[in-house]
Design a protein around this ligand. Structure first.
Ligand code: TTP
Ligand code: MG
Length: 361
């Protein structure tokens, strides 16, 4: 990817666990909400997992003992963490995010990276529209706010998503990277923890700009080779690390139609276009597939799917076109309503036996 302009997106949900609880209990809206994890070592000994922004304004922080939080915010609403439930909501969100990029990497329960260099990228304006659409789809389907950062790599995208929280969208173009990072306190730089920040501050380094002015050899001497080199690059907004998709069990693409439509010809036209991309990816990998799934999303974000599984694996474009067309016609005959978005996914992969072995024998 060297020399190529990348566009990377980082999505992070706002006060995730607390926001879910606010959604589930509308009566607590507007109050400080604190989610506590109890250690099992006796009642009441718990730590703050997260809190909403009202509680943060009162000085409450993740990791703080709940007892201390209660002193800071006696009127706060304290709720026990329901991790399994949050995980379900997370899965739902990740499934949405996954469809917006060329590569998708989930990094925690509420954050993920997307490489959008090809899909909507290069042109940052297109990436911006993609981000607006993604935020909107998450909001419409889960009622939750997210923050998105867009930058030329993972480091900048991540720092950008944090920059305008909550409900933020922050775009940092390659020529803006230095101005974006420069004035920030050094502890905000990704990879700088409390300890490193302390070491740097002892030597008068307050901002990322201060860090940038230091000699690389000085940094290596202070922080060790690996960390010193890394922070030298990070201070300049350099991060070549790729967005790594886990081995996928399916390949899919999703799109918004130019306008809401139930016209089968229009829908098929767009979906087959998405398919071009999917098929070339699959052929690149040497996969064959048996299942094709069509997803339709209505203007009020209800989604329906329809799948078709062949009795033998295929990999030709013509097979994909045939199956997709059949699926979409079938879908529309059962659900004749307008669609805002549509998507197509192929799955059920296998690798063909190598043909040459037949000849060898
Ligand atoms: P974060 O994204 O770090 O925090 P957040 O989503 O609550 O708030 P922000 O708006 O700043 O992004 O973490 C996601 C979830 O992970 C968080 O809701 C709760 C959980 N978590 C813990 O349980 N303990 C912790 O120390 C942290 C940082 C997070
Ligand atoms: Mg978050």
């Amino acid at each position: 990817m060297a020399g190529m302009n990348r566009v990377v997106m980082h999505i992070d949900m706002d006060s995730f666990f607390a926001q879910i609880e606010e959604r589930e209990n509308p009566e607590i809206a507007g109050k400080p909400v604190i989610i506590c994890v109890f250690s099992g070592r006796g009642e009441g000994i718990g730590a703050v997992s997260t809190s909403n922004y009202h509680a943060r304004n009162q000085g409450i922080k993740a990791g703080m003992p709940c007892g201390r939080a209660k002193k800071l915010s006696p009127e706060g609403i304290y709720l026990p963490s329901r991790k399994d439930f949050y995980k379900e909501v997370s899965d739902q969100i990740m499934e949405i995010i996954n469809r917006y990029g060329d590569a998708f990497e989930q990094v925690s329960i509420d954050e993920a990276y997307l490489e959008v260099t090809h899909g909507g990228g290069k042109d940052i304006g297109k990436a911006e529209n993609l981000a607006i659409e993604l935020k909107e789809e998450i909001k419409n389907r889960t009622s939750l706010n997210s923050s998105v950062g867009i930058g030329p790599n993972k480091l900048i995208a991540k720092m950008a998503s944090a920059h305008k929280k909550p409900d933020g969208l922050c775009i940092v173009r390659p020529n803006e990277v230095n101005d974006f990072l420069g004035p920030m306190p050094v502890k905000k730089l990704y990879g700088v923890g409390k300890k490193t920040a302390g070491i740097l501050q002892e030597d008068g380094i307050e901002t990322i700009r201060d860090l940038r002015e230091r000699d690389p050899l000085w940094l290596i001497e202070k922080l060790g080779k690996a960390r010193g080199k890394k922070l030298f690059d990070y201070a300049r907004g350099i991060d070549p690390s790729p967005v790594i998709s886990r081995e996928k069990e399916q390949f899919g693409r999703m799109m918004s139609f130019p306008e809401d439509t139930d016209d089968s010809e229009i829908i098929i036209f767009h979906i087959l276009e998405l398919g071009e991309d999917i098929i070339s990816k699959i052929r690149e990998k040497g996969y064959q597939f048996r299942t094709v799934t069509f997803t339709g999303i209505t203007p009020d974000y209800i989604s329906h799917t329809k799948s078709l599984t062949l009795d033998h694996p295929v990999s030709e474009k013509i097979d994909f076109f045939e199956v997709s067309e059949k699926l979409i016609m079938n879908y529309l005959s059962k659900k004749p309503e307008k669609l805002r978005r549509g998507g197509i996914t192929v799955s059920n992969f296998s690798r063909p036996e190598r043909q040459s072995s037949l000849i060898d024998y």
